[in-house]
Design a protein around this ligand. Structure first.
Ligand SMILES: C[S@@+](CC[C@H](N)C(=O)[O-])C[C@H]1O[C@@H](n2cnc3c(N)ncnc32)[C@H](O)[C@@H]1O
Length: 258
C-alpha cells in the first residue's frame, strides 16, 4: 500500500565511493537511484556510510536524524526528565516505565525521549524514506557510548500501524502513542524546519481512519495522541484526560475491550 508518491524521491550517493551503498538502499526499499546528485525529483536522500541527509531541491532544507547530538541530545540532558509533558502523558512515574508502541514514529525524536527515560519503545513507521533515516540514526546511536543503552530500548518496524494493529489479537504495549500529521499546522517559526519538510514530503499522506479506535483495542493502559494546542480532537473523540504545554496537547484515551 503506497501512501506517498515515492517517485518524488531519488536516492543518490554522497560521493562515488558511496554508490554501492546508495544503490543497495534504493533496491531494498524499491526507490529510484541515480548517481547524479542533482536528480529531477523534488526530494533526494543523499547517502554516505556516515550520514543520510534528506534534501528538498530548490530549498536550503537539509534534514539529518541524529540522536547523538543537536536537539535530541539537548532534550535528553535538559528536557525535564519525568516532569516533561510527554513523560506525564505516557504515565511515567518513579519506578514505573510502561512499554510504548509509537505508531507514527516520524523522525523518532519523541520515541528517543521516552527511551532515554527508560521505556522500551517500538517505533512503527510506514514511509520508506523515514524508515531508512530511522534505521541509520539508530545504528549510529548504538555505536555511541552515551546513547547506546537508550538505542537498545528502541526497535524500528516498517509497517502501517493500522494494518499492524488489525492483524494482532492481543494488546501490543502498555501505551500506544500517536502523533499523526496535522494538516493545518501553521508555517510559523514554531514548526521546526524538520517538521516543515516532513509536512511537505507527506502532503499526500493517506487517511488514518480507525487508527485511534484500533489503538484503543490494542493498548493495555492508554492511548496518547499528540496535537497542536488548539487542534480539534482526533476523530472528534473527547479524551479522558489531557496534559498540556504551551503549544502542544496530549489527549489521553483509555483502552476499550478488544
Ligand atoms: C508528525 S510525524 C511524527 C513525528 C514524531 N513524533 C517525531 O518525534 O519525530 C507523523 C509520522 O507518522 C507516520 N504515519 C502516519 N500514519 C501512520 C500509520 N498509519 N502507520 C505508520 N506510520 C504512520 C508518517 O509517515 C509520519 O512520518
Amino acid at each position: 500500500m503506497h501512501f506517498i508518491d515515492n517517485h518524488q524521491i531519488t536516492i543518490v550517493p554522497d560521493s562515488a565511493t558511496d554508490s554501492d551503498l546508495a544503490r543497495t538502499i534504493a533496491d531494498q526499499y524499491d526507490l529510484e537511484y541515480s548517481p547524479n546528485r542533482q536528480p529531477s525529483t523534488p526530494y533526494r536522500l543523499v547517502v554516505s556510510a556516515s550520514t543520510i541527509t534528506l534534501q528538498l531541491a530548490s530549498t536550503p532544507l537539509r534534514i539529518v536524524v541524529d540522536y547523538t547530538q543537536g536537539h535530541a541530545a539537548h532534550r535528553r540532558q535538559f528536557g525535564g526528565g519525568l516532569s516533561q509533558t510527554l513523560a506525564k502523558a505516557i504515565g511515567l512515574k518513579k519506578g514505573h516505565r510502561p512499554n510504548v508502541l509509537d505508531g507514527t514514529a516520524g523522525y523518532g525524536y519523541d520515541a528517543f525521549v521516552l527511551a532515554s527515560l527508560g521505556c522500551q519503545v517500538t517505533l512503527v513507521e510506514r514511509h520508506s524514506v523515514l524508515i531508512i533515516m530511522l534505521r541509520h540514526a539508530l545504528k549510529q546511536a548504538l555505536s555511541h557510548a552515551i546513547t547506546q543503552n537508550i538505542a537498545q530500548r528502541m526497535t524500528v518496524e516498517h509497517a502501517d500501524t493500522f494494518t499492524l494493529l488489525t492483524l494482532k489479537t492481543a494488546p501490543v504495549a502498555d501505551v500506544i502513542y500517536l502523533d499523526p500529521m496535522y494538516p493545518s499546522r501553521k508555517k510559523s517559526a514554531q514548526v521546526k524546519k524538520e517538521m516543515q519538510l516532513l509536512h511537505q514530503l507527506l502532503a499526500n499522506e493517506g487517511p488514518n481512519a480507525g487508527l485511534l479506535a484500533i489503538a484503543r483495542k490494542r493498548a493495555k493502559k492508554r492511548v496518547v495522541v499528540k496535537r497542536p494546542i488548539s487542534a480539534e480532537y482526533l476523530d472528534d473523540l473527547i479524551p479522558h484526560s489531557q496534559v498540556k504545554s504551551k503549544n502542544t496537547r496530549y489527549d489521553i484515551y483509555l483502552p476499550t475491550s478488544a
